[in-house]
Design a protein. Structure first.
Length: 317
């Protein structure tokens, strides 16, 4: 259950805010979302630090001898790169992209968009991802096998994999699964208690704001109209819970990010999300439909298994 909470919306600047958004308390009993005003982001990284502090207890601690996967002969290990803060990794769930455009730097906080119809959750073969009623898309890290289907179908490659950790190590290491996938969960635990995400609370400029989803969308629309700017997240991937406003077109931002990607070694490129406008939801494609039909029986069995395990655990406590 979500309760009412004081949130950052009250300090939302010179915009003509919806009346409810100017109140001291924000009703978070329904769908929630995030508004990110790129004109206010100074790239200080306080959001990244806040996320690390809040979530470091959940970061993976892999075994020393990580099993090599058959048949790829590879595995993904970020445990010796924990300090990286300029991309997404299992140890860094948000970062600030710095896009150089026409001699100016545009700072862009990046993290999971919490899509309305998330292919990552809907196509997880083991049903360990969930789109909650209020909006956060969360991974059950205890059940994730690390197959990375969620990353494959996310248009921004958001979930990141760490090998040598998780349930696959108890089942068939080297043969089944590949680790655990990690990503931003919108601080679902804080939100559930009536709070707001740690990264939003830490932002000193009000570039990130949190509240009822419809109000965040209205703030983005008002800000875009005020500056003649552009919105990202309202329609991409079929709609999301995150609304960016930029003074420059997102096509230009995406081009700048693509330039940075080409400078990275191939395995690193999926750690830097692009910003292509109007990206299609994989679930709306023929391939996505076919995949959802194909995995439905497996996902159903897995979901039933998890439900039974939860019921058993509940009964044994
Ligand atoms: S941004 Fe990617 S990982 Fe996040 S909910 Fe959407 S599809 Fe899933
Ligand atoms: S919402 Fe929470 S988990 Fe997501 S980036 Fe912000 S602090 Fe990290
Ligand atoms: S804390 Fe705020 S101003 Fe600083 S980088 Fe993050 S979004 Fe930008």
């Amino acid at each position: 259950m979500f309760r009412s909470a004081a949130a950052g919306v009250a300090g939302a600047s010179t915009l003509a805010l919806p009346e409810a958004a100017m109140a001291d308390e924000v009703d978070t009993s329904g769908a929630v979302g995030v508004f990110i005003d790129l004109t206010k982001c100074e790239g200080c990284g306080a959001c990244t630090e806040a996320c690390r502090t809040k979530n470091e207890a959940r970061y993976p601690e892999p075994v020393d001898d990580i099993p090599v996967n058959w048949p790829t002969g590879k595995y993904e290990d970020w445990s010796d790169k924990r300090d990286l803060s300029d991309r997404l990794t299992p140890y860094n769930w948000t970062f600030v992209e710095k896009a150089e455009i026409d001699g100016q730097t545009v700072n862009i906080p990046r993290k999971c968009m919490h899509c309305d119809n998330p292919p990552c959750a809907n196509l997880c073969p083991f049903s360990v991802q969930e789109k909650t009623a209020s909006g956060p898309v969360v991974i059950n890290e205890n059940g994730c096998m690390g197959g990375a289907k969620c990353r494959d179908v996310c248009p921004w490659d958001i979930p990141q994999r760490q090998a040598g950790v998780g349930i696959y190590m108890k089942l068939a290491p080297g043969l089944l699964g590949g680790g655990v996938m990690y990503k931003c969960d919108m601080c679902a635990d804080l939100v559930e208690q009536g709070g707001q995400p740690a990264c939003v609370s830490a932002c000193p400029t009000g570039a990130q704001q949190f509240g009822p989803k419809e109000q965040m969308k209205q703030l983005a629309e008002a800000r875009a109209a005020e500056i003649g700017g552009h919105i990202y997240g309202a329609t991409e991937n079929g709609g999301t819970s995150t609304f960016y406003v930029s003074p420059v077109p997102f096509e230009q931002i995406d081009e700048a990010i693509a330039g940075r990607k080409t400078e990275l070694p191939e395995p690193m490129r999926k750690t830097v999300p692009g910003m292509a406008p109007d990206v299609e939801n994989y679930l709306d494609t023929a391939g996505g439909l076919a995949t959802s039909y194909a995995i439905a029986p497996i996902a159903g069995i897995a979901a039933a298994g998890w439900a039974a395990a939860r019921a058993w655990k509940g009964g044994s406590e």
